[in-house]
Ligand binder design. Structure first.
Ligand code: F6R
Length: 250
């Protein structure tokens, strides 16, 4: 596990974008696992900027996103397909057909989850998976106390997650209560993991995830068992780690 510190959000975004960029330059056919939420917005902005300057070519990559809300049409501004199109895909040269987000409007969620697992398998797995972390320690929408060996599945979101995500909606009632998420199993099978975090509100959960016991009650704690995981976080998010185990920060 490598922990890289950044002074602020912009620097965190740039360092993480550098890692993704290196992956795409070295391996133009990479399968990128992508995340949504507020944390990666700056990473996508930076990648778009380098694309516009001619530094990166996304034409041969494929992508699989971690998750999608159930019940939101793709035109809904808070659907993760909308987010990905507007924050990234529409601004670079990845063919839309190469991009995958679970279908939150599927009639049969189980069948959709099996289809999504097949998509990941047919692509040969994920080369680099970008992750954010929720206040519950969730990665993707794998909420606490779920089995670590799940593949793509439908989850009931925890109240804490609904509250955290209500900032994107008019009110809490509008936040979908269910989501489809890639399972911990597929995430752990990715060749490389890149977790990004910023802000003081992530400091405690980041510490517990990376240095606490490995337990389903803190889903991100499983990352301790991955053999190629890089964390890029700003100093606020690293404040508890900085205090309790400063030697771990590279
Ligand atoms: C999003 C996702 C979630 C977020 C997490 C943090 O695709 O999988 O796990 O990464 O909820 O969200 P933000 O970045 O908004 O704090």
């Amino acid at each position: 596990m490598k922990i890289i510190s950044a002074p602020d959000y912009q620097s965190m975004s740039r360092k993480a974008a550098n890692i993704i960029s290196a992956q795409v330059i070295l391996f133009p056919d990479s399968v990128l696992g992508l995340a949504t939420g507020s944390t990666p917005v700056g990473v996508y902005k930076q990648l778009i900027n380098w694309f516009e300057k001619g530094d990166i070519d996304f034409s041969r990559i494929h992508s699989v996103n971690l998750d999608e809300y159930c019940g939101l049409p793709v035109e809904h501004e808070q659907s993760y397909r909308y987010y990905m199109d507007h924050n990234f895909f529409n601004h670079v040269n990845v063919p839309k057909a190469n991009t995958n987000v679970p279908n939150g409007l599927a009639k049969d969620f189980d069948a959709e989850c099996r289809r999504y697992d097949k998509v990941i398998a047919q692509l040969g797995g994920i080369d680099l998976q970008l992750l954010g972390i929720g206040h519950t320690g969730h990665i993707g929408f794998n909420e606490p106390d779920e089995d670590f060996d799940k593949t793509t599945h439908c989850v009931k979101l925890k109240q804490q997650t609904i509250e955290a995500n209500s900032r994107f909606f008019a009110n809490e009632d509008e936040v979908p209560k269910y989501a489809l998420t890639m399972g911990i199993k597929a995430i752990m099978q990715a060749k490389k993991l890149l977790l990004i975090a910023n802000g003081a509100d992530k400091a405690e959960i980041l510490y517990r995830s990376l240095f606490g016991p490995i337990t389903p009650s803190v889903p991100a704690s499983i990352l301790q068992l991955h053999n190629d995981v890089t964390i890029v976080a700003d100093e606020e998010a690293l404040s508890v780690i900085r205090e309790k185990c400063p030697e771990a920060i590279g």
